[in-house]
Each structure stands twice: as structure tokens, then as C-alpha cells.
Design a protein around this ligand. Structure first.
Ligand SMILES: Cc1cc2nc3c(=O)[nH]c(=O)nc-3n(C[C@H](O)[C@H](O)[C@H](O)COP(=O)(O)OP(=O)(O)OC[C@H]3O[C@@H](n4cnc5c(N)ncnc54)[C@H](O)[C@@H]3O)c2cc1C
Length: 437
């Protein structure tokens, strides 16, 4: 089937993460006259599956096999190392394709909004997680881990991931794909105390039992909870699901002793950061104690200083704005109605709904936007991928195809040692050279 035939619906999806792939899958399953180009600024596909999901959670990354199967369809193409904004404009894509879907995720950290948050030593979870996961943007981050105490702000699974990756030993991470540039500083760090800080209480925390439970079985690190911060045990009977499981884990942690293991992980509830302290770099966090009223966090006015040399806020993300695309400041995503931004322009995944939900949440999102496109858009005889190739050739761009990516992947697997599944490359030029070799 020709990509520029008048019966072909040409769709460009910007972003090769879960949302982009689920949309491509839904579009091409429903109608084989749809041609999809999945464009990503990186030479590697799969978005946060590669650069966000924790390196020691390999089984979660297996979902990428489903995306590979989508990419093996003749009417789906991966176009890596092509950035919307840097290499091509939205207006250009709008003339080449019948519909454009923004699946660009939400890579920017939500700011803490407190004094001192720009001090060296405050590193948002976006860069920090990207660094230990070999994201090319953050390979040179080089955080100073020769500090005794760290604050990880937030009570979601990203905070738990960051704390666990910092706490695990080299042996515990042997089967992971932790970035090689991060392994030495992490495993040679001076960190002895890791604090996970939550504004509200244990019942309001959003971490899941599996992730929380992993904190209580670390080789070198003991998880500690102040029993006074846990609700009366009589309440446990009234709990169900994740809340009940979390409470059982927290009660077990409350029985641990600080001296049980060399490193301590403190789960601190009912505190909110008021200021990051320090002159040249961070040396502490001023915290205000809080209480919860009707589910909301209320300050008590009582403050304390937590001495820390590194602060990693894990408090959510925002989509990067794109010129001429309306933006919803409140939710940090594109303004849209059921995935539609305007005629011919759609969004999906975190770019559509903000940074919430699991990988699987992006699947119904992808189906919804695919259904809308198929119902609303008719082929207009656009050039599609042939037109994109002309622009790529004119501008001398080095795009990476799916076959190229498979070469990069094979080299990563070959470079791995021991039980590690791969040793990831983090340098774009190196990956492009490999792809072209
Ligand atoms: C640290 C972390 C850990 C997580 N762990 C889990 C987990 O264990 N289990 C789970 O279910 N969920 C997890 N999630 C959530 C899950 O990763 C998201 O639900 C999912 O990745 C969102 O998919 P997306 O496609 O919208 O965005 P992304 O996965 O972020 O994909 C967006 C893609 O767009 C590309 N892009 C951005 N801008 C441009 C541009 N201008 N031009 C071209 N391409 C561009 C990016 O390079 C990226 O590949 C985690 C999230 C984070 C942040």
C-alpha cells in the first residue's frame, strides 16, 4: 500500500511512549488504510518505559514487546531522532499528514514553589530518574552523592523508586539496566539517611503496596516509620485494598530499629517543605508540620529543619508547551476536549490528561483518540511519510528507523555483563553512528 495514495489516511504521532504506541495500535487495527509515523526526538522508542520505569523493575518494561509488535506492521513506522520544534514544525506536519497526535508526555518537573528550590543539590525527579536511566538529556547530570542525608519529596511511586534505587546495593541492582555512569556514584555514595516526605498521612499516600513493600526487604537499608504517625490499629479493620496492605507494611516498618542496617530510610508523614536552606548549595529543608482536615493538608505553624545535602522533589510533572498549541496551566497538559485540540490536531496520554495513571491507563486513551480520528478525518491526499522523507533529506537529518533501533538494542544487549539485560547507551551521536554503521 502506498503511503500517499488518496485512500490512505496519514497520521503522525509525536512521541513513541505508551500513549503513542497504543494510539498507533488502535488506528492500524481498526483500518489498514491508515499509515502511522511515530516520531520521537530520541533515537530510542518507548518513552518512559525506557527512561522512567525503574531499572530494577524489568518485568514492567516487558510491555514494550507489545509496542514492537505494533511497529512490525507494514503501515507503522518509527522515526527516531526527529524533534518537533527543533527539526520540523507543527505547521509542516499539518500539511504532510491528515492528522497529528501529540503524545509528547510530561517531562518537566512541577516546581516546588518555595524559596531556595534553584540551589545546587535540588534535582527534580525528571532529571534524576533520567540520569540513572540513561536518558541522553541527563547523562552528564553528575549529582553529588557524597552527602550523608537525602530528602525525597512526595508520596507516590516515583519517590519510592528514587529512594529504592539510592538504597539498593550493587548486588541488588545486578539484574537491572541502571546506567553505567550512575552505578559508581550511587554504590559509592556517602548516603546514610534517606527521607521520604509526605504532606499528608499514610492513608492519603499514593504509593502502591508492591512498591512500598520492596522498601522493607532491602539488604543494606532499614525502613523506619514513627508509630505515632500511624492511625489507631482499630481503623485497620475498616480499610480495604491498597490502603489495608499499605497499613500492614507500615506497621511492620514501625517495628524496625534504626541500627538494624547501615542505611536508614525514614518515611516521614505530615510535613511540608517551606524552604530549601543553603548558601552555595543545599544544606537543609525547613519543614512545617501539618495535619489532615477533610483530606486536605493544613499547616500547624510548627517548623523543624531537616539537614540534607540532596533534595529530589517527586511531586509531579508538566507537559512541555508547543508553539501555537493551547495549554492548560492548571493540569500542565494541552487544552483538549476528549483528546481533540482542534481540527486535525489531537493529544493523548500524559500530554492529554496530565501525569496520572499507570502505563495501562494510556491504552483506553489511545483507543478513544483513534476512534475520533477515524470518525472525523478523511484522507486528503497528503504526502505522509514520502513528504517527511523529502524534508529529512533536504535538511540532512539523521533519523533512526525501527531496524536501526534494533541494531542499537542488540549492541546494548551485547555490552551487558552478568545478569544485566543490557547496558544502555546515553549518547545520541554514538547511537546514530551505530545505527548508520
Ligand atoms: C519515574 C517514573 C516511573 C514510572 N514507573 C511506572 C511503572 O513502574 N508502572 C507504570 O504502570 N507506570 C509507570 N510510570 C508511568 C508511565 O511511565 C506513564 O503512564 C507513561 O509513560 C505515559 O506515556 P506517554 O506516552 O504519555 O508519555 P512518555 O512515556 O513520556 O512518552 C513521551 C515521548 O514523547 C517524546 N517527545 C517529547 N517531546 C517531543 C518532541 N518535541 N518531538 C518528538 N518527540 C517528543 C519523548 O521523547 C517520549 O519518548 C512511571 C512514570 C515515571 C515518571
Amino acid at each position: 500500500m502506498q503511503g500517499n495514495g488518496s485512500s490512505t489516511l496519514n497520521v503522525a504521532i509525536i512521541g513513541a511512549g505508551p500513549a503513542g504506541y497504543y494510539t498507533a495500535e488502535a488506528l492500524t487495527t481498526a483500518d489498514e488504510c491508515v499509515h502511522v509515523d511515530i516520531i520521537d526526538r530520541l533515537p530510542t522508542p518507548f518513552g518512559l518505559i525506557r527512561a522512567g520505569v525503574a531499572p530494577d523493575h524489568q518485568s514492567i518494561k516487558n510491555v514494550s514487546r507489545r509496542y514492537e509488535a505494533t511497529n512490525c506492521r507494514s503501515n507503522v513506522r518509527f522515526v527516531g531522532n526527529l524533534s518537533l520544534g527543533r527539526d520540523i514544525t507543527l505547521a509542516e506536519l499539518g500539511t504532510l499528514y491528515d492528522a497529528v497526535v501529540l503524545a509528547t508526555g510530561a517531562a518537566k518537573d512541577r516546581p516546588l514553589g518555595i524559596e531556595g528550590e534553584d540551589l545546587p543539590g535540588v534535582i527534580g525527579s525528571g532529571p534524576f530518574v533520567g540520569w540513572y536511566n540513561s536518558h541522553p538529556d541527563y547523562k552528564d547530570l553528575n549529582p553529588d552523592l557524597q552527602v550523608a542525608s537525602v530528602a525525597v519529596i512526595g508520596n507516590g511511586n516515583v519517590a519510592v523508586d528514587v529512594a529504592r534505587v539510592l538504597a539498593k546495593t550493587a548486588e541488588e541492582m545486578a539484574g537491572s539496566d541502571l546506567a553505567s555512569h550512575a552505578a559508581r556514584p550511587i554504590h559509592g555514595s556517602a548516603i546514610r539517611d534517606i527521607h521520604i516526605l509526605g504532606r499528608r498521612g499514610p492513608l492519603e499516600a499514593s504509593f502502591t503496596p508492591k512498591e512500598l513493600g520492596e522498601l522493607n526487604i532491602l539488604d543494606n537499608c532499614v525502613a523506619l516509620v514513627d508509630p505515632a504517625q500511624l492511625p489507631d490499629e482499630s481503623l485497620d479493620e475498616t480499610l480495604s485494598g491498597a490502603a489495608k496492605k499499605n497499613m500492614a507494611i507500615l506497621r511492620a516498618m514501625a517495628k524496625n530499629k534504626p541500627g538494624d542496617k547501615p542505611v536508614r530510610l525514614h518515611l516521614m508523614f505530615y510535613v511540608r517543605p517551606m524552604a530549601v536552606l543553603g548558601e552555595e548549595r543545599v544544606c537543609g529543608l525547613r519543614l512545617e508540620k501539618t495535619r489532615v482536615e477533610d483530606g486536605a493538608c493544613v499547616g500547624t505553624g510548627e517548623t523543624e529543619v531537616l539537614p540534607v545535602g540532596l533534595v529530589v522533589p517527586c511531586i509531579g510533572y508538566r507537559t512541555s508547551p508547543i508553539a501555537d498549541v493551547p495549554y492548560n496551566q492548571r493540569y500542565g497538559c494541552f487544552e483538549n476536549e476528549g483528546g481533540k485540540i482542534r481540527d486535525g490536531l489531537y493529544c493523548v496520554g500524559w500530554a492529554k490528561r496530565g501525569p496520572s495513571g499507570t502505563i495501562g491507563t494510556n491504552k483506553p486513551d489511545g483507543s478513544e483518540v483513534a476512534d475520533r480520528i477515524l470518525a472525523e478525518i478523511r484522507p486528503k491526499g497528503t504526502k505522509g511519510r514520502a513528504g517527511l522523507e523529502e524534508i529529512v533529506a533536504e535538511r540532512g537529518l539523521h533519523i533512526v528507523t525501527f531496524q536501526d533501533w534494533k541494531k542499537i538494542e542488540a549492541a546494548e544487549v551485547a555490552a551487558a555483563s552478568g545478569p544485566a539485560p543490557r547496558q544502555k547507551f546515553a549518547d545520541v551521536a554514538e547511537m546514530v553512528r551505530l545505527a548508520e554503521s
